[in-house]
Design a protein around this ligand. Sequence first.
Ligand SMILES: *Cc1c(COP(=O)(O)O)cnc(C)c1O
Length: 365
Amino acid sequence: MTFDRRIFNFAAGPAALPEVVLKQAASEMLNWQGLGASVMEVSHRGKEFMALYEEVLHDLRTLMGIPDSYEILLLQGGGLGQNAAIPMNLMALGKNGPKADFLVTGIWSEKSYKEAEKYGAAHLAATSALEIFNTIPDEASWSLSDDAAYVHYCANETIGGVEFPGVPEVGGRLLVADISSNILSREIDVTKCGVWFGGAQKNIGPSGVTIVIVRKDLMGHSMSITPSIWDWSKQAATQSMLNTPPTFSIYMAGLGFKWLLAQGGVQAIEKQNQEKANLLYSFLDQSSLYENRVTKAYRSRMNVTFFLKDESLNAAFLAQSNAAGLVALRGHKAAGGMRASIYNAMPLEGVQALVEFMRDFERRA
Ligand SMILES: *Cc1c(COP(=O)(O)O)cnc(C)c1O
């Protein structure tokens, strides 16, 4: 399938970007800031890039309301890189040796849990594996440790479509949040977690840059084996430029932040995200062909998973939706079914078009 126009792209990541962001990048591609070169081709230590860098951090701080007591690191290696970096930087704070607790609510938090086992005692405090990751275990059933350095959770499970409605209550323990797929999609109180992290490629810009927001007093406790590029305090001391940063990804993330500010910031986009998700879920709930299987209170606003009750229609559904310019609706292979990722850059019209298509498909089925 080829297209001669922009599609509605429901991909989970890398994901759709706002058209104005792409247009601006295109317009500056050959000559950025009158330097006669693109942003990709100039020194990361030059005054133009450094000014951009400061502005990117400032805009993110404004958008998320990040207090000065938190450092913003722009790193490489993605969310998976941080799955190793977090234990190496924090686990040693465990009272009786390196230890961390994990709330496993899907495939991403499970990966984090498994990776951490290499660096210390990873304790499975809760899991919804038996519910095929369609829910969040009841808080009363969590077995949180008293000697763990921190509690890790994934705020939005991208594959299952399960999202914490708020920051979990863990009795004053230190929290670490994977926000790879819902960063900047809803308002959060940054002070509720010690560390927030996620790659840019779902809700901000292209892949290549990973945002790590870390409370300053949590730096400086890394294990001696920690590679320098994963050591938060070493990265903080060099403005995340211990090695060459992903300059183009940072520039694109910066354009994404400007776009979001122009939309009215996180508060405004949260309203739109809620509206988009409501539209899709309320359609699914009244349908006799499609179903969402996630506990209602934990349904993701970003990744809407659904199944066709008659799975023999899956291939036709995917082929026809694709032909209609509604692209990348196939669910993750680990989950099956379908998934519509409706991040910040997906306009309401995209979700309306999807619902119209699905209604029509159901009528014809
Ligand atoms: C995509 C994703 C990751 C992995 O991110 P990479 O940048 O590919 O390493 C981790 N956690 C969640 C919740 C994700 O959605």
